[in-house]
Design a protein around this ligand. Sequence first.
Ligand SMILES: [Zn+2]
Length: 851
Amino acid sequence: MYFEKLTHWALFLALAFVVSTAFGQQPVARKNMLNSGLAEVQMTSKLDLQTIDRMGGNIDWVQGNVARVYLLPEDFEQLRASGFSLQWIPDEGKLSLQDLWEKTRHTRDPLDAYHTNDEIRTQFALWQAAYPTLFKYDSIGMSVLGRPLLVAKLSDYVTTDEPEIEVKYVANMHGDETVGKENCLRFIDTLLTGYGIDPELTELMTDYEMWFLPLMNPDGNYSSSRYNANGYDLNRTFPDRCDDSVNTTTGRPIEVANVMNWTASRNFVLSANFHGGALVANYPWDNNCTGGDVYAPTQEDCLFVYIARRYSYYNTPMWNNSAFPPCGITHGADWYELSGGMQDWDYVWMGDRELTLEISNTKNPAASQLEQFWRDNRQSMRYYLLEAKYGVRGTVTDVVSGLPLRASISVNSIPYLTFSSALHGEYYRMLRPGTYSISFSVPGYGSQTHSVTVAPNSYTTLNVQLGLPPDIAVSPDTIRTTVGRCSNGSASYTIINNGAGPLTWSAVEGYTNYSGYGSAVGGDWRFIDSDQSDGPVYAWKDISSAGTLVSFSSDDQTLGPYSVGFSFPYFGQAHTTFRICGNGWISFTSTSTAYENGMLPSSGAPLNMLAAWWDDLSPQRSGTQVRYWSNNSDTLVVTFSNVQSYSGSGLYTFQFILLSSGKIVYQYNSMGTLRLNSSTIGLQNAAGTKGMAVINNQTYIHDAMAIEFCPHSMITPAPLAGTVAPMSSQSYAVSVNTCCVPLGTIAGILAISSNDPDSPTLHVPVVITVVDAPPDPVTDLTIYSEGTNALLKWNPVPTASGYLVYRMSGAEQDYSTGELLTLVPITATSYTDTVTAAAAGVRFYQVVSVR
Ligand SMILES: [Zn+2]
């Protein structure tokens, strides 16, 4: 039966060996201490500990200015030669254990209540037979002299590896420090008999998988030695982050290698190793990498101090130990620094928080005292393990398959990782109350970082699904299209997913990256003026007779609201009313009377503002007229005529034209030459966050000038988001609008965000060539006379979006010198010119199609 188990474990060890050698190979040079003795060394300061360590001493214990040190005879002489005061002392631990052995060897119960490794095996077999669903044991390998390292597992459904909190207690790694071994056995007995009766013990059995290695150093125990059979100190020969940082079993004592492989095969959350010779709970670091015996906290010092106190709290002699005030705990290196301890290794490489618990000042007290040591520790042993449940926990799985993933989990960028289990994907990370940034990564998968808050004495569940990463590419590298002036065009592009996971992408409306003429803040608007050869045509709309007069009675008034006459789209909102401020601006919502012009956009300026000539104006003075006019269909005009500045300089005539398409035109009829550098022309949205200023106190405007504002984004992807399957591609369209854009080549950017971890946002260049496409001619224009009116009819032009009608009086001439009758292109193929009798006479008409 037993040898069958060994075969099973031999297979496991072979696997684990492959894993561990993958870390690299680093031989470990530790001293064989078989011929050592125990010495007491007088120190002048704690700095002497470094010298003792360097000269080959294995420090066992420090109190005040005395260090107890294991020394080889030659190192003893070397220390004496260098001026230390030291003397050999009896190794009481070794002697008393030898004495016990001499008295009892070969008897049935050689150490009274102490257990040999063979007796542990016998006891384990009894428990396994009695509690087959709660207890099982195995060997994790052999000692130097071929003694099995016996490990017990306790849990409900003990033969199943459940996604539960894994904890371990290891004892007697120093062969002559024996109390922990006996306490482990008593704790196991308590758990088995208390299961289903005691709620806390039942919780431990139900929610935890508890592992015990009561005798890590059986050879040392049999020979009454601290060391293993080859003279190595098992608590000085683990990998060490400071001076032996290659995590390999190569070259290490076989007991250490076996424990490393076993630990690496589990997912321990919390553990402790038991020692004797002092009474204190010792927490990392044991080695602070400085060579000095000083307090060098881990990045989780708060947690380590807390759990050390939790153990000590229930152990009254430890808690009250005046040698380690307060609370009977110590930071390892603050007491004395050591390299190669199991505690630091567990934390650095295994994601396991471990304490070194010194539980008896006498290394192996008389067996009659074991009952008292058990009483001192039994509460501590349960409450310590119960701490492992607090923090954050959950599972890490593949988002597609749902299969568990072994992830590396880091908290607040602390380099010492926790791992989820490969079998179930579960993880447990102990944390004190607080908010943490926690990152999950699996090779080949996209990483994730989450913020998690842990409440006191509680745990937070965070389940994470990781996906294989997608890999985005866009074809062509540059999207190119040729579009007529002020028209809509389109281009197609392909999103390619070369990755193993699904690609989800979204695009924002593209923008042009030229920052000069006509650029806009936020990309929502752009403008072009009539001075550009391809800009709008200045065509004053005279509403001096048709418009409604707005009477300002004093300076700085805002009047209204007035009806737009149709629904006007502006920054995603529809407006049907507006107000007029006497200071040269209108707004759909603002009742401000702001006269001091400023930069746009600005939350400090009137909101939803259209500023054709924002300056301190005085429209109440005689000679000024402010009028508005709407055709109640698609056109609103607001005109300021002959308005003076507040200071009395200048005489300005300008107008706003709003079209139901959303287009805005400001026109400047007569602006004179005075005070032209002290106004703002622009517009902004309802929050003052988007918009633009054409000028802000610059000289720019002149008579007979038009500025056209276009609201649409230049580059609009359709759709705005999508998904592309792994190793696949999909074609998409992007529409392009060239209104308010000069002729020539415009460079733009289409920004595509995706879940490709290497390329969160891809900027795809878009090159738009704007060409002047001449209008197609209107054919079959017929004019009918209806009284003094003229009715014009013509055939539809397929490429036309509308038509402009011009009237020339007296002579046939080019339309560009005529009077524009249609303020905006009309879509009908007929037009009635209502002419007063006074205007009767010979007239010529021209109809021009607009693309
Ligand atoms: Zn020890």
